[in-house]
Design a protein around this ligand. Structure first.
Ligand code: 1GP
Length: 249
C-alpha cells in the first residue's frame, strides 16, 4: 500500500522534476554539522533528506536525527546500513533489499530484524530494490555487504534484477554506484531502466558535478542522491547549482 510520504514525494516529482535527496551520515558528521547541512541544503532547494551510514555506535543515529529534525522541515527518510540504524523521528524508510548481491543477511535478515522497529516507530516503509553497480574500485557498501556489484556493461542483467524487483512488489529501484564511487551509474543504464523498468528510479553514488547530475536527471528518474561531495563543499552557490541540475524537467 502506498503511504502519505510516498504519495507526496511522487506528487512533488510531478511538479519539480527529479527530486534531490541529500544523504546525511551521522557516522561522518557530528549533530551540529548535520543540522547545519540539513538547513543549508533545504535553503538551496533539496527535496528530502536521507539519513544512513554503514556503521553506528549506539545513540549516534538518535542524536543525529534529533538535530536534523530541529533544523529542517524537509521529509527525512532513513536509508540504513543495518537494522540498528532504524530509529524514531523519520517520516519514512527506504526499506531496501540488496538484490544485486547474494548475501542472505542483506537480502532478508536485516529486513526481518528491522521490520518490528519500523512498526514500533511508525515509520512509512518504501519498498526498494537496492542494486549495486560496478563503479571502478571496490566501494564501502561492497566491502561491508560482502557482495559483488553488477557489471556496469551488463544492462541486460541489471534489467533482470529490476523486473524481478517489480514482480516481488518493490515499487522503487535504487541504482547505486556506491558512496564516493569513481564512476557514477552509466547514463545508458539509467535510460534503459526508465524505458523498460516501470519502477520509480533512484540514482546515486559518485555524482560530484552539476554536469554529471544533469546528464542523468534529464532522462527523468524519480530521485537523484548526493552525499559525499556536500560534506566537502557546501557554499550556497554550489548547492543551488546542484538543485537546478537535478530539477531540470
Ligand atoms: C551513497 O548514493 C549515495 O549511498 C551517495 O553517494 O556520497 O558518492 O554522493 P555519494
Amino acid at each position: 500500500m502506498i503511504g502519505p510520504l510516498e504519495t507526496s514525494l511522487l506528487e512533488r516529482r510531478r511538479q519539480v522534476g527529479p527530486l534531490w535527496a541529500v544523504l546525511l551520515d551521522p557516522d561522518s558528521l557530528p549533530p551540529l554539522e548535520l543540522a547545519a547541512t540539513a538547513r543549508e541544503v533545504q535553503e538551496a532547494g533539496a527535496d528530502l533528506l536521507l539519513v544512513g551510514g554503514s556503521s553506528a555506535a549506539p545513540g549516534v543515529f538518535e542524536a543525529g536525527m534529533k538535530a536534523i529534525r530541529e533544523q529542517s522541515t524537509l521529509p527525512v527518510v532513513l536509508f540504513p546500513g543495518s537494522y540498528h540504524q532504524v530509529v524514531g523521528g523519520a517520516h519514512g524508510i527506504l526499506f531496501t533489499s540488496l538484490l544485486s548481491g547474494r548475501n542472505p543477511q542483506y537480502l532478508a535478515e536485516e529486513q526481518v530484524c528491522g521490520a518490528p522497529r519500523v512498526l514500533k516507530h511508525g515509520i512509512e516503509p518504501i519498498p526498494t530494490a537496492y542494486l549495486l553497480i560496478e563503479s571502478g574500485v571496490p566501494t564501502t557498501v561492497q566491502k561491508v555487504s560482502g557482495t559483488q556489484p553488477l557489471p556496469r556493461e551488463d544492462h541486460e542483467r541489471v534489467m533482470h534484477h529490476v523486473w524481478a524487483a517489480r514482480m516481488m512488489g518493490m515499487r522503487w529501484v535504487y541504482l547505486e554506484a556506491g558512496s564516493g564511487a569513481q564512476q557514477p551509474v552509466p547514463v545508458e543504464m539509467v535510460q534503459r531502466v526508465l524505458a523498460e523498468g516501470q519502477v520509480n528510479l533512484i540514482v546515486g553514488g559518485g555524482l560530484r558535478t552539476p554536469e554529471a547530475i544533469r546528464e542523468r536527471a534529464v532522462l527523468g528518474p524519480t530521485m537523484i542522491v548526493t552525499g559525499n561531495v556536500l560534506e566537502q563543499r557546501r557554499d550556497p552557490g554550489f548547492l543551488r547549482e546542484f538543485a537546478q541540475a537535478v530539477h531540470c524537467k
